[in-house]
Write a protein that binds this ligand. Structure first.
Ligand code: CP3
Length: 354
C-alpha cells in the first residue's frame, strides 16, 4: 500500500502536532456537485452507485479534485446494514429512504440477524479497497456507519420521520423489543466497521444523527450504551497505525463528557455548542471535529472566511481540532462557497500551530 503523504487528519484526531488544522466536510461527495449528479445519473439509482466500486470510487474522489481536502470519506450510506438484513430499502425521489418491511414487533425483531460481511456487504469492502488503491496515499480514507439508535429509527419508522412516533412508542411501551434490535445492530456495526478497517479504512466515524432527539436518560440507555459497546469492539490499529474513532451525535452537546468516556478518540460537534467550551470540557481526553453551521455556506465567501477565522480563534492554539461543518453540506450550496470555506481553513489555521 502506498505511503500516506498527508496524515494531518489522523494526527489531529490523536492530538499530535500538525502544521495547520485539517479539514473535510460531512457529505462532501453529493448532489451539490454537478459531477456527482452526472455519475449518479450514469449509475441509475443511488444504491446502484453504492454497489459499483468503480463509480463509488469516482464520486469519493470528486471533491478531492476540486478542493485541498485532508481526508476522503467512503461513498456509501448508513442504511446498507438494514438493507442487508432484508428490510427492502428503496430511495424515492422527494421522499428519502423507504423500507418495505419495517420492524414493528418482537416477532419482527427476532428475525433480524447480523449480515454476512463477506457476501451481503462485500460491495462496501470492495469500494473501500478500490478507493484506497486510487487514493494512492494522497489523504487518509474514512469509513463510517450509523449508530444503532439512528439505524433503528429508520428501521422502525420505515423511513425518515419528523416525530419518531413509532420508534419512541416502541421505546416506551416495548423497551425489550428495541433493546433486541439495538443489540443486533451493535454487533453488526462492530463487524461492519472492522471489515472496513481491514479493507483499508484509516479512521472511522459513527453517525448518531438522531441521538439528540432523546431525553438525557434515554440517550444513555438507547444510544450511548450501544456506541460504547461498539468502541470497545473495534480494531484500533491496522498496518502499524492507530485507527481513530470519531463519535458524532447531532444535538449531543450536553453529553460530551459521557461520549468522551466511551474511549473514542474524537467527538463530532454540531454548531449549537461553542468549540471553546467543548474544548475546556473534554479537550484533554478527545479531539474535536467541527463545527461551522452548514447554512453558513449560503453566505458570501467573505462572510464564510470570517466565520472560519472566528471558529479557529475560539478553538485556539494547538492540535486536537479537525475542521468540519457541524452537519452534512446542503445540496443547494454553491460549490465555490464550499471552496472558499476549505481555502480559508488552509490559509488561516497555520498560525495556531507552532
Ligand atoms: O459524506 C459523504 O460524502 C459520504 C457519503 C454519505 C452518504 N450518506 C451519501 C448519500 C454518508 C456519510 C451518508 C450517511 C447518512 N445516510 C446519514 C448520516 C449522516 C448525517 O448526515 O447525519 C443518514 C441519516 C443517511 C440516510 C440517508 N441517505 C437519507 C436520509 C438519505 C436521503 C436524504 C437526501 O438527502 O435525499 C440518503 C441518501 C444519500 N446518502 C444521498 C447521498 C449522497 C443522496 C442520494 C442521491 O439522491 O444522490
Amino acid at each position: 500500500m502506498a505511503e500516506l503523504q498527508n496524515d494531518r487528519f489522523l494526527r489531529a484526531l490523536l492530538r499530535e502536532p500538525v502544521d495547520r488544522t485539517p479539514v473535510w466536510m460531512m457529505r462532501q461527495a453529493g448532489r451539490y456537485l454537478p459531477e456527482y449528479r452526472a455519475t449518479r445519473g450514469q449509475a441509475g439509482s443511488f444504491m446502484d452507485l453504492c454497489r459499483n466500486a468503480e463509480l463509488a470510487c469516482e464520486v469519493t474522489l470528486q471533491p478531492l479534485e476540486r478542493y485541498p481536502l485532508d481526508a476522503a470519506i467512503l461513498f456509501s450510506d448508513i442504511l446498507t446494514i438494514p438493507d442487508a438484513m432484508g428490510l427492502g430499502l428503496r430511495f424515492e425521489t422527494g421522499e428519502g429512504p423507504v423500507f418495505d418491511k419495517p420492524i414493528r414487533s418482537m416477532a419482527d425483531a427476532k428475525k433480524l440477524y447480523v449480515p454476512d460481511m463477506g457476501s451481503d456487504l462485500q460491495y462496501v469492502m470492495n469500494a473501500v479497497s478500490t478507493i484506497r488503491k486510487n487514493l494512492n496515499g494522497r489523504v487518509p480514507l474514512i469509513g463510517f456507519s450509523g449508530s444503532p439508535w439512528t439505524l433503528a429509527t429508520y428501521m422502525v419508522e420505515g423511513g425518515s420521520s419528523k416525530t419518531f412516533s413509532k420508534v419512541k412508542a416502541m421505546m416506551y411501551d416495548q423497551p425489550a423489543t428495541l433493546h433486541h434490535i439495538l443489540d443486533v445492530l451493535a454487533d453488526s456495526v462492530i463487524q461492519y466497521l472492522n471489515a472496513q478497517i481491514e479493507a483499508g479504512a484509516q479512521a472511522v466515524q459513527i453517525f448518531d444523527t438522531w441521538g439528540g432527539v432523546l431525553t438525557p436518560r434515554d440517550y444513555k440507555e438507547f444510544s450511548l450504551q450501544y456506541m460504547h459497546k461498539i468502541v470497545d469492539g473495534l480494531k484500533r490499529e491496522n498496518d502499524g497505525r492507530k485507527v481513530p474513532v470519531i463519535l458524532f451525535t447531532k444535538g449531543g452537546g450536553q453529553w460530551l463528557e459521557e461520549m468522551a468516556a466511551t474511549g473514542c478518540d474524537a467527538l463530532g460537534l454540531d454548531w449549537t455548542t461553542d468549540i471553546d467550551v467543548a474544548r475546556a470540557r473534554v479537550g484533554d481526553k478527545v479531539a474535536l471535529q467541527g463545527n461551522m453551521d452548514p447554512s453558513m455556506l449560503y453566505a458570501s465567501p467573505e462572510r464564510i472566511r470570517q466565520e472560519v477565522g472566528y471558529i479557529l480563534e475560539k478553538f485556539g492554539k494547538g492540535s486536537g481540532h479537525v475542521f468540519n461543518l457541524g452537519h452534512g453540506i446542503h445540496p443547494e450550496v454553491d460549490p465555490e462557497h464550499a471552496g472558499a470555506f476549505i481555502k480559508a481553513v488552509t490559509e488561516l489555521s497555520g498560525q495556531y500551530h507552532a
